[in-house]
Design a protein around this ligand. Structure first.
Ligand SMILES: Cc1ncc(C[n+]2csc(CCOP(=O)(O)OP(=O)(O)O)c2C)c(N)n1
Ligand SMILES: [Mg+2]
Length: 382
């Protein structure tokens, strides 16, 4: 039987008047009180106990995993972090325009899940927070950075930008800006895999706010009915722009929603890369062997604003700090060190390698030419 979520169902709090666009505009004088109603309180003892618990799990899982793979997993997490810190830096000086949503704090979700797939046959589709996932599937940091710069060397020729990374060669089908839109497309991709008997599975990522869209419910119903080889990965970073999940969803558990469709589901700790990997491997096996879908609710936290233009007035610094103390990269390094797999020298080497790759990507993006004018008329479907 599918594993069910362990979180308690909870009645929604009253909708508040805090702006949902993340700008903080329209926040009433009650906003401080409302902010404290929905933001998490810090309990040090509880946080430390949780940290120990996670480490225990990681150590057990690390022991069973190949050293080279562990190194690559850590490298991808560190690269994602350093690359995006650079994105923020160059965005602020006007090198990147338009929307730019960073993944900082959520790296364990992308690395733990995508690196559990078989890259030449499994598909990935995601929302607009897509730079790091694009690199995990194998699109080069150069091609991702040049895309962010709107340059011709970008992975879609500079015409997609931050939200529309895409590479058929890497089985990476976007990068989508319509909240929840990719859930229907991903379901269709899994249908094609089953129809063609390719043996592949689809990982379909979306945020927790997308779960309130009709597309989520229609797709899950269909996937279960048709037994599609798909893994729905809800990256629950607890906020949809400036709105806390607690203020927008009638029940707290997203994993539990799968029960309504008779679908297998798990609630996963998104700060623990090995827990994400283990849960994804279980779901992949279910999809490949039994052609059954799964919903994974992976709970993480976004350390930065919704996008680069979000001043983040809707949550407390205390809450952000609480989650930064559970940084998935620090936790993974601690566990790897304790398991005597890697030491400080290895970490330094990995960090330098990621810094070098990021610098190379920026240089490439700076030097890459803008798209040719004639490109205005190519790939236009309307
Ligand atoms: C259909 C639709 N409605 C509204 C928006 C505006 N919008 C962009 S991002 C966002 C919040 C989505 O939050 P979530 O799904 O939790 O993903 P996260 O940004 O946290 O990764 C909203 C409402 C949109 N892009 N598409
Ligand atoms: Mg969210």
């Amino acid at each position: 039987m599918p594993k069910t979520a362990t979180r308690q169902t909870k009645t929604a709090e009253k909708p508040g008047s805090v702006s949902s666009n993340g700008s903080g505009k329209g926040a009433s004088k009650n906003s401080a009180k409302m902010k404290s109603d929905v933001t998490d309180k810090v309990n040090r003892n509880e946080a430390q106990a949780e940290y120990k618990d996670r480490k225990k799990h990681q150590l057990e899982s690390i022991k069973k995993t190949d050293k080279e793979l562990l190194r690559e997993m850590l490298y991808q997490m560190v690269l994602g972090r350093i690359f995006e810190q650079k994105c923020a830096e160059v965005y602020r000086i006007g090198k990147i325009g338009g929307f730019c949503h960073l993944y900082i704090g959520q790296e364990a979700v992308g690395v733990g899940s995508i690196m559990a797939t078989t890259r030449d046959k499994d598909f990935v589709i995601t929302a607009y927070r897509d730079h790091v996932q694009a690199m995990i599937v194998g699109i080069t940091p150069e091609a991702v950075m040049a895309e962010l710069y709107g340059k011709s060397g970008g992975n879609v020729g500079g015409k997609g930008g931050s939200m529309h990374m895409f590479s058929k060669e890497h089985n990476f089908f976007g990068g989508h800006g319509i909240v929840g839109g990719q859930i229907g497309v991903g379901t269709g991709m899994a249908y094609a895999q089953k129809y063609k008997e390719s043996g592949g599975v689809t990982l379909c990522f979306f945020g927790e706010a997308a779960v309130n869209q009709g597309m989520f419910h229609e797709s899950l119903n269909m996937a279960q009915l048709w037994k599609l080889p798909i893994i729905y990965i809800c990256e629950n970073n607890q906020y949809g722009m400036g709105t806390s999940q607690k203020r927008a969803m009638s029940i707290a558990s997203i994993a539990a929603k799968a029960e309504g469709f008779g679908m297998a589901n798990e609630f996963v700790d998104g700060m623990d890369v090995m827990a994400v990997r283990d849960a994804t491997l279980r779901a992949i096996e279910r999809a490949r062997k039994e052609s059954q879908p799964t919903l994974l609710e992976i709970r993480a936290y976004r350390f930065m604003g919704h996008s680069m233009s979000d001043p983040g007035k809707y949550r407390t610094t205390e809450e952000i700090k609480k989650y930064q103390e559970r940084d998935p990269i620090i936790l993974f390094k601690d566990s790897l060190k304790e398991a005597k797999v890697f030491g400080d020298k290895d970490f330094e080497e990995i960090e330098n390698q990621a810094k070098e790759a990021t610098e190379k990507a920026v240089k490439f993006a700076e030097e890459s030419p803008l798209p040719d004018e004639k490109e205005l008329f190519t790939d236009v479907l309307a």
